[in-house]
Structures are given as C-alpha cells and as structure tokens.
Ligand binder design. Structure first.
Ligand code: MN
Ligand code: MN
Length: 470
C-alpha cells in the first residue's frame, strides 16, 4: 500500500512565536517590552494607572467626555480609580461597539485605617496591615515593600505618597521568622496557615523622640518625620488609602531577555496592551466605536462604585451616545451593549514547569504561543462562568487569524483543580458578546509575575485587530 502524505491542514497545532512569527514581529516584540516595563514601574496602583493613562491620552489630544464637543477621542474617569477611553466609529454606537476590558487593581497589602502602634516586646514602631486580593501571605514577608497611596488631610487636600521606589528611598519590610525558631510556629503547618494575617505587621520605624517626657516616643518620632515630609498627622491615616507593593522595577528575564519579571502584570499586561492597541488605531477609521475600559476591584469581586459591577461603564457609554448626537434612552443603551463585542482582557495561567500537573496540557496556555483565549472561566462544572458562544469564539479566532496574530486556547487549569473568574460575566450580563483573552503568566498573583514578550506583543496585536473589526 502506498504511504499517504499527511494533510497538515486537517490537524491543529499552535505556533511558537520565535519560530513562526516574521523577524520584524520578533524585533517589535522585544522593543514593545521597553514601554511596557515603564508602565509597570510607574503605575503600581489603580490610581497611578489612571494618571499614567490620562497622561498618554493627552499626548494624543483626547478630551474628557462632557468637555469639548465634536472630538472623536474622549475618556471618562470615575473616582480616580477606573476609567474608559473611546474613539468614535463611523456608525452609531447603538449598533454596537468594540471594547477591550481589563482591570488595573492588583493583589497587595494595605495599611489598616489606624495602623501605627508601638510594639512592646520588640520596642519598634509597627503598622497593622490587611491584605487585598488573593495573595499567598508567605510571599510578602522579608521582601522590600514600597508604600503607595493617598492621604486626604483634614482641610480636604490630597497628599500622594510614594516611598520606596527611588534608588535612595527607604523601603519597608514584614520580617519573617528565622528557621531556627520556626519549628512549631511554621514548619509543621500548611503553607496557608504558616503565616496568618496577624503575622503581617510591618516594621515602620525604630528611632525614638529623645525628649524624656514624651509618651509613645517611637510613634511621635515617626510622625514628626511624616509631618515634615507630607504635612500629615496620625488622624489623617484613618481615611487614607495606603498600599504596600513590592519595591523595585520590572526586569528583563532569561538569558535571551525574552521575558519580563514584574509585579502587577495581572492585569496591567492587558491594560497596557489594550491602551496601546487603541492608540495604534487612531488613523484606522473603523465602523464601530472602539472602547478600552479599565476597571477596579476585580481582585476582590468587582463590587462597589469603581468595580465592573458599577453603573460607571453604562453611564460612560450613555454619555458617549449623547456626545455622538445619538438618543441615549434606556432602551438604546441596552441595545448598544447587546450589539457589542467585548474582549475581557485578563491574564491566563501558563504552564509552570514546577507544577505541570495542575493543567491539562492540551487546553492550557504555554509561553511564547500567543494570546490565550478562554471560552469560559469558573470552577468545577463551569460554575459561575461566562461562556462565550461558539459563534463569537469562532469570530474572534477569525479576526486574529486574518491579522496574523498568534493565539492559543487556554482554560485555567484541570477540571476540579481550582478555578477563578474575571469581569467577563458582568459585561455579558448586559447582553454583550464577551470572551476572555489575555497574556499567560507564570507565578500569577506572586510578587514578581513572569510573562513572555512574545505573548505580550501578540496580545497587543490581537486587541488592535479586534478593536477595528466589524
Ligand atoms: Mn486579573
Ligand atoms: Mn488576579
């Protein structure tokens, strides 16, 4: 019997970027990472992200929605923590828009509202903390931390705090227990129990005010410094939002520099790629209005005024319709969302060589193979999932293929291994077609997450193609 030639068009295989992508794309991917790292360094909180993005928008002559009439490039900010950007298309918004929706909050450790106390046994000034989002607490001890946030003073003025990022800034630390004495406290416990929230007291300072009669001499000494630097008092902490984040910069990783190691790539990899994708489309003149949405509070369930559950994004689209000279009645606003297509831009879990067993390899994201598409998220029997329909999933794949974007399918992990969610279902509840897709990370939610420059660049290309699609 004659040997039959294998018809490769019948089978599916994902492609390795460094093998299959054109040389120009490979170079562009390496260059693109420079701007990406800058963003990661300068925007470590949602407020800093909003400011950074607005700064970029001003360079491109965007105006705030509700201001100058007639501009096709507008943005809206809500409470300083969430925002949306739009570039108007040639067709009415009621016919549907194209949106890429990411989040700009990140797991971190917050200071409690009344944080400072003098610790008796150690005689140090410490700060009580309260973690935010899904962290593994053991990672946050004995590592340099920077303090970011805002303090609103009694007179209503805002003081921005950023300590620990400059080369000569001091940093903060939550000291871990030495192994010599950890046998009972830590070593026999599970990794989740070894460090509890009450073991996350931050060392704030150590010097004392030398005046003999001063009570709480360590606290007074630190408050004198804070008052001199920022004009704040202890009572100002009560309303403040102060976050501890890993100090230090995004770095190239690997001998080939093909990766980025940095804090907060969940989800700022998708925020940056969606912003730059929108900006790269300014001359595109698409039919559909392009929107990039940056939500807050995703890491704690997307609730509240600035989370994706908030009315903000609907209000933004409503104002946008008015700005575009369209009737923004409740029915029209509903139709606009129902006719829209949205990429829920969030990171995926890439296969980690240390723990390949948590994934089902054929349906997991692997580094260097492009943007990861997740038809559904959730846990167990697809519980709480958004499930993009087959039609929309196929359409997104077609858009990516036509733009020569490398992509791969990726579910979060093996069925019953765990699970997670994104903001996809929230926007899908408004009737829009929504699918998850974003950059695959190793070490997601750790202090330093790892990404592939090939995947970050592929994600940029994917969002760019999607935003201008019909
Ligand atoms: Mn995320
Ligand atoms: Mn996350």
């Amino acid at each position: 019997m004659e040997k039959k030639e294998q018809d490769s068009s019948l089978t599916y295989e994902r492609k390795n970027f460094w093998k299959e992508a054109p040389k120009a794309d490979q170079e562009a991917a390496m260059d693109y990472a420079t701007g990406y790292k800058n963003f990661l360094n300068e925007a470590k909180t949602e407020r800093e992200s909003v400011k950074w993005i607005v700064n970029e928008l001003k360079k491109h002559k965007f105006v705030e929605l509700g201001g100058e009439k007639g501009s096709k490039k507008v943005y809206g900010i809500f409470r300083g923590k969430t925002m949306a950007i739009a570039v108007l298309g040639s067709e009415p918004i009621v016919n549907g828009f194209n949106m890429v929706a990411s989040h700009i909050d990140t797991p971190r450790v917050d200071l409690k509202q009344n944080p400072l106390f003098e610790d008796g046994p150690s005689q140090m000034l410490c700060a009580q903390t309260h973690y935010y989002g899904g962290i593994k607490k053991y990672q946050w001890v004995s590592t340099p931390l920077a303090l970011h946030g805002v303090v609103i003073k009694a007179d209503g003025s805002t003081v921005e705090i950023n300590i620990g990022e400059k080369e000569d800034d001091p940093v903060f630390v939550i000291p871990d227990l030495l192994p010599h004495l950890a046998r009972k406290q830590q070593m026999g416990k599970t990794i989740g129990e070894a460090i509890s929230a009450s073991h996350m007291k931050l060392i704030f300072s150590g010097k004392v005010e030398p005046e003999a009669e001063v009570k709480q001499a360590a606290k007074v000494y630190a408050l004198e410094i804070l008052n001199e630097l920022y004009g704040i008092k202890e009572a100002d902490f009560l309303s403040a939002e102060l976050y501890l984040v890993p100090a230090g910069k995004a770095r190239d990783a690997g001998i080939d520099r093909s990766m980025v190691l940095a804090y907060g790539q969940d989800d700022r990899s998708c925020a940056y790629t969606s912003l730059t994708a929108l900006l790269a489309n300014l001359d595109a003149k698409p039919k559909r209005t392009m929107i990039a949405y940056f939500s807050d509070k995703e890491e704690v369930g997307s609730q509240g005024a600035t989370g994706a559950h908030s009315v903000f994004i609907q209000d933004f689209v409503s104002d946008l319709m008015e700005h575009n000279g369209e009737c923004n009645s409740s029915a029209n606003l509903r139709k606009a969302f129902i006719n829209s297509q949205i990429l829920s831009a969030d990171v995926a879990a890439a296969i980690n060589p240390n723990y390949p067993g948590v994934h089902e390899k054929q349906n997991a994201v692997i580094f260097n193979h492009g943007i990861g598409i997740s038809k559904f998220t959730g846990a167990g029997g697809k519980s709480s999932c958004n499930d993009a329909d087959a039609e929309f999933t196929a359409k997104v794949i077609k858009i990516f293929n036509e733009a020569d974007v490398l992509w791969q399918m990726g579910s979060l992990g093996k069925v019953d291994e765990g699970g997670g969610g994104t903001i996809a279902y929230i926007l899908a509840n408004l009737g829009a077609k929504v699918i998850d897709c974003g950059v695959g990370l190793m070490g997601m939610h750790s202090l330093y997450e790892l990404s592939s420059k090939a995947d970050v660049y592929s994600t940029f290309k994917a969002y760019k193609a999607f935003l201008t699609s019909d």
